[in-house]
Design a protein around this ligand. Structure first.
Ligand SMILES: [Zn+2]
Length: 500
């Protein structure tokens, strides 16, 4: 439905696919881009004119993998591997009220928008299981701030301590009893809640969608995975998981299933064109071929993979296999910020430490393509977002050409990927509406959000102090056990360690 015309005059628009940077005008009709053309384009009477000649205009960045609830856990751990992060999960995400879920999601969304992201695939977390009210709180946060989102609750029916061979038995008795008490519920109630959310979703599905996230393959029984596949088929809803993120997971999958985690997911009927694998650090060529054959996507999260020491994903090999690749920041509790400029830069850089062959490196425009079109495809928003073209949604980020990252302007793509840290983002439009203007949010009160967060953290820190102590006591045992387990040989090499 048209809500009026806006014409953006004279901006330097980037098209990553065609590696084209051109000044021109963009006509927006309500929520959509109606036309793009040379400067001075004729527009309908009454169109609001806006001079953006001081800006680079890019499609809003698409964060293909994060965790909205993670914002309250940023900076929690330092020398944490993925396994130590999972060990800390019962502490850092505990005790959240529905208001906390709203608050955490809003904080994540604000962090993304100020760095030019307009859409997100959010794997949120609700303990002990997803609820209709909890999922609506998360959606309401995105609705209020005005961000496009695909929300998928992480679910599991086996705990971290259940699935790492020998881990529980290696713990002192008191700690083993404690983690025994952290066993997860059977999956039935979780999937029933998801079914209800899917059947009664009250939000505009051009803006907000719902999917499911059996969170880590080995943390889900086969019965659970089969039920997820049935639910996804029934509602044609997206499915997202953390696939072969760490070497321990890849080794453990092989040990448990006698095949890779990806092959297991495929055999469970979960590899489809609605499926996104986060990370995929330890995929082998057969896994990549399966992903490509099924039309699945990978959300590459280089910052998280390096922060947690998970390894370096073989992105060129995935692209060669014709797997769609989007980029993600991952949650603030594992890679701290929500900066898609950083994800773009690191996607290019990681490819360069894997080979001397410059022909196999990820170029700046290619990384930007992953951060826009690749993510849009992974979210099922293809042909809706990710490009500046007629018929696409008016999701745009405006970068100040006077930001020092662009002074002097030699090559907009290279400078966006390598010089800009996102500080240049002055304005963000989502669905034809400016949600961030002149470095300020228009839809939320940031000071109030900060004050609410500080109040919530006082309470959460007090209420979870005992869990913090338990997690600290578990940490050396988990670390030793997992380092030892991960030192076994594996046929994929994704880490720069002479021991593999
Ligand atoms: Zn994640």
């Amino acid at each position: 439905m048209s809500t009026g015309f806006i014409v953006l005059r004279g901006g330097l628009s980037l098209d990553a696919t065609e590696r084209r940077a051109e000044r021109g005008d963009i006509l927006i009709d309500g929520t959509e881009i109606r036309d793009c053309g040379p400067c001075g384009m004729a527009v309908p009477d009454g169109a609001i004119e806006r001079d953006v000649s001081g800006s680079i205009v890019i499609p809003g960045l698409v964060n293909a993998h994060t965790h909205g609830h993670g914002s309250l856990g940023k900076g929690r751990g330092d020398l944490w591997s993925l396994e130590l992060l999972l060990n800390a999960g019962p502490w850092i995400s505990a005790g959240r009220s529905h208001e906390d879920k709203y608050l955490a999601t809003m904080l994540t969304a604000a962090d993304m928008i100020r760095r030019g992201a307009t859409a997100v695939y959010d794997l949120t977390w609700e303990q002990p299981r997803p609820s209709v009210e909890g999922m609506h709180q998360v959606a309401r946060a995105y609705d209020t701030i005005g961000m496009r989102a695909l929300i998928a609750p992480m679910m599991a029916d086996l705990s971290f301590y259940d699935i790492v061979p020998g881990l529980a038995d290696s713990l002192p008795d008191d700690l083993r009893r404690t983690v025994d008490g952290w066993r997860l519920d059977p999956f039935g109630a979780s999937l029933e809640a998801c079914r209800e959310v899917l059947a009664t979703w009250p939000f505009d599905t051009d803006r907000l969608r719902f999917g499911i996230a059996p969170t880590i393959p080995m943390h889900c029984t086969d019965d659970f995975l089969a039920a997820c596949a049935r639910l996804s088929d029934e509602f044609q809803c997206p499915v997202h998981t953390h696939m072969a993120e760490s070497k321990l997971q890849a080794l453990n999958g092989q040990l448990t299933y006698g095949k890779s985690l990806t092959a297991h997911f495929d055999d469970m009927g979960l590899l489809t064109d609605r499926f996104t694998a986060a990370h995929g650090v330890w995929l082998d060529p057969d896994d990549m071929r399966r992903m490509a054959d099924r039309g699945a996507s990978v959300a590459h999260c280089p910052a998280s993979n390096m922060r947690l020491g998970s390894g370096l994903a073989q992105i060129r090999e995935l692209c060669d296999a014709s797997v769609n690749v989007g980029l993600g920041s991952d949650g603030s509790n594992s890679s701290d910020n929500q900066n898609m400029f950083e994800a773009t830069r690191l996607a290019a850089y990681v490819s360069r430490v894997l080979t001397h062959d410059i022909n196999r490196w990820v170029a700046s425009a290619e990384a930007l393509e992953m951060a826009t079109i690749g993510g849009a495809r992974a979210m099922g928003f293809e042909r809706l977002i990710g490009r500046i073209a007629p018929g696409y949604k008016a999701d745009l980020a405006f970068l100040d050409l006077h930001d020092l990252a662009y002074v002097p302007l030699n090559d907009a793509f290279n400078q966006l990927a390598y010089a800009d840290d996102g500080s240049s983002v002055s304005d963000v439009m989502i669905d034809g509406r400016f949600v961030y203007e002149n470095h300020c949010f228009t839809t939320i009160d940031l000071d109030a959000l900060i004050a609410d967060t500080e109040r919530a953290m006082e309470r959460l820190n007090r209420d979870t102090a005992d869990r913090k102590e338990i997690v600290a006591a578990l940490e050396p045992h988990v670390a030793d056990h997992c380092i030892c387990f991960s030192s076994r040989p594996h046929h994929v090499a994704s880490i720069c360690d002479k021991h593999g």
